[in-house]
Design a protein around this ligand. Structure first.
Ligand code: GAP
Length: 513
């Protein structure tokens, strides 16, 4: 695999062939930026959601769940700021007719300078070996310093332009940096325009009685408007959180890169309500808790980094992303935002209803501040799938496609394979499945050679293959093969629930948190 684009293409091909992700309505040539999850995809998605949900609601006694409707009263989106401010600055290239987000063009341009720095650092590391002092190198190397100065200058101008909503300055920065359209190779750009990302539809069927409502662009607002319902009914005391997973919709103009940026996607959001003045403490706590959740999965630690927002969203006083090294480079996977009392305060204003918390210890009533953690389930799916997918060279010269999905998230935990389709081996294999299937997703497969069956299970990421042979009939033992090492071991059937359970149980992950 050579380029990042090739890597992503290979992954998309694998995801389709092995039942993870299909283009939506493919028989009609698909619908851009919408995807369907196949038989293994839906299992992986459910497992990721469950890992998130249980980490939030089971491990934190002060976090409870909610499932709010997708449609909400239209004033919700006025109060939240989405009607007026949920825009992307767009720019078109007049030659290719392609449309881009102006801020994304600039961020990708900045990323090129950052890449240059990393390459210089790598060169330095090789040159100086053990004596290499990375911090000193970064501070003194002229090439690194030059690139960092460029980054700071571009980021500074971009931040100022975005904050002032100065679209002319944003365009000028693109021109000054000589950023070209990747398709046409020209810098023949239109003006920058703002474009609202919400999907609107009509409520009501009687003419004259309809009104415009929106498909929710984030799940968070369902939590805010239910703040008091939840606090009172579940008798929650501040600090406490409300967790929710569900679909969100955005009319993304630059919808590319597979399931990274979709028009219909799923979010897993948690709003943590705190006493004003304590929000930075909780912001830092949630940064730590969320990165620990990611790292417990055991994907390479160097795939994660924090990135502070250059431009704060209209509701935030601090915000950062956890970025992940996707096949197309480091990109946002999760956002952690300190949202102040912006949302609850505005809902109070627009609804005329009090959304306050009465603190019985201090006898005061206040609008709580909110620290939010927000992760896209589809993006998390892509992170897991892309880190797990490997085309591995085997000692015998062959290759195997393997998905090293963290075992508790794997769609199928165990495949049970009778060596031949006769002599009572299929029946024995099915009996073994019966002992495991209440705890784990199991698959029976008796088609093709055993080698081919192992390859199929590697390709869908099954952590364990159990082979039933003639010896099984007399000794009640089987061969168990582990996906990653391909090591095989003969074990008693009675040992299987323990051996399999130890590695694939979600509780193993939760215990690390
Ligand atoms: N409530 C805050 C909020 O929605 P956001 O940064 O706009 O913040 C949160 O979105 C997360 O939702 C992102 O980090 C990303 O994982 C996911 N997300 C946002 N837009 C997406 C899209 N078009 N397709 C897939 N996932 C998306």
């Amino acid at each position: 695999m050579s380029t990042n684009e090739d890597k992503l293409k290979t992954l998309i091909g694998h995801a389709k062939e092995y039942g993870y992700v299909f283009p939506s309505s493919e028989i009609y040539d698909g619908l851009s930026a919408t995807y369907d999850y196949g038989p293994y995809g839906v299992e992986l998605k459910n497992n990721i959601r469950r890992y998130w949900w249980e980490a939030m609601t089971k491990l934190n006694g002060n976090i409870v769940g909610l499932d709010a409707a997708i449609f909400m009263h239209p004033t919700t989106w006025k109060a939240s700021g989405h009607v007026d401010a949920f825009n992307d600055p767009l720019i078109d290239n007049k030659d290719s007719k392609k449309r881009y987000r102006a801020d994304v063009l600039l961020e990708e341009h900045i990323a090129k300078y950052a890449d240059k720095i990393e390459k210089e650092v790598e060169k330095g590391r090789k040159k100086f070996g053990e004596a290499f002092d990375e911090a000193q190198f970064r501070a003194t190397n002229p090439n690194v310093k030059r690139a960092q100065e460029r980054i700071d200058a571009v980021e500074g101008r971009m931040k100022a332009a975005l904050e002032a909503n100065d679209l002319v300055a944003l365009r000028q920065l693109i021109l000054d940096e000589e950023i070209k359209c990747p398709i046409s190779g020209t810098a023949n750009w239109t003006e920058v325009r703002q474009f609202n990302l919400m999907f609107a539809t009509e409520l009501g069927s009687v003419s004259g009685e309809s009104s415009t409502i929106y498909l929710r662009p984030e799940t968070a607002q369902g939590i805010f408007v239910n703040f008091l319902n939840v606090q009172k009914s579940a008798r929650m005391k501040i600090p406490f959180g409300i967790a929710q997973t569900g679909k969100a919709f955005r009319n993304e103009i630059v919808a590319r890169q597979f399931i990274f940026r979709m028009r219909e996607f799923e979010q897993m959001e948690m709003q943590f309500f705190v006493k004003p003045g304590t929000e930075m403490e909780w912001y830092n706590t949630w940064k730590e808790k969320r990165i620990a959740w990611h790292k417990a999965l055991g994907l390479p630690a160097e795939n994660y980094r924090f990135h502070d927002h250059i431009k704060l969203a209209h509701y935030a006083n601090a915000a950062c992303d956890i970025e992940f090294k996707f096949p197309m480079g480091f990109k946002e996977l999760e956002g952690i935002h300190s949202r102040t009392d912006f949302d609850l305060g505005n809902h109070e204003k627009y609804s005329g209803k009090k959304l306050r918390y009465f603190d019985t210890e201090t006898n005061e009533s206040y609008v709580p501040y909110v620290v939010e953690t927000s992760i896209g389930l589809d993006r998390m799916f892509l992170a897991v799938l892309s880190a797990a997918f490997q085309v591995e060279q085997l000692p015998n010269g062959e290759t195997r496609d393997v998905l090293r999905i963290p075992a508790p998230l794997a769609p199928v935990k165990v495949a049970v394979l009778p060596l031949v389709k006769k002599d009572g081996l299929p029946e024995k294999a099915r009996a073994i499945i019966d002992t495991l299937k209440l705890d784990h997703n199991c698959q029976y497969d008796d088609k093709d050679s055993i080698g081919k069956r192992y390859r199929r299970q590697d390709a869908i990421g099954t952590p364990y293959c159990i082979t039933v042979d003639h010896e099984t009939l007399t000794t009640d033992t089987v061969t168990i093969r582990e996906r990653d090492s391909m090591a095989q071991e003969r074990v008693a059937i009675s040992e299987l629930p323990r051996i399999v359970g130890e590695k694939v149980d979600l509780r193993g992950l939760l215990r690390k948190l």
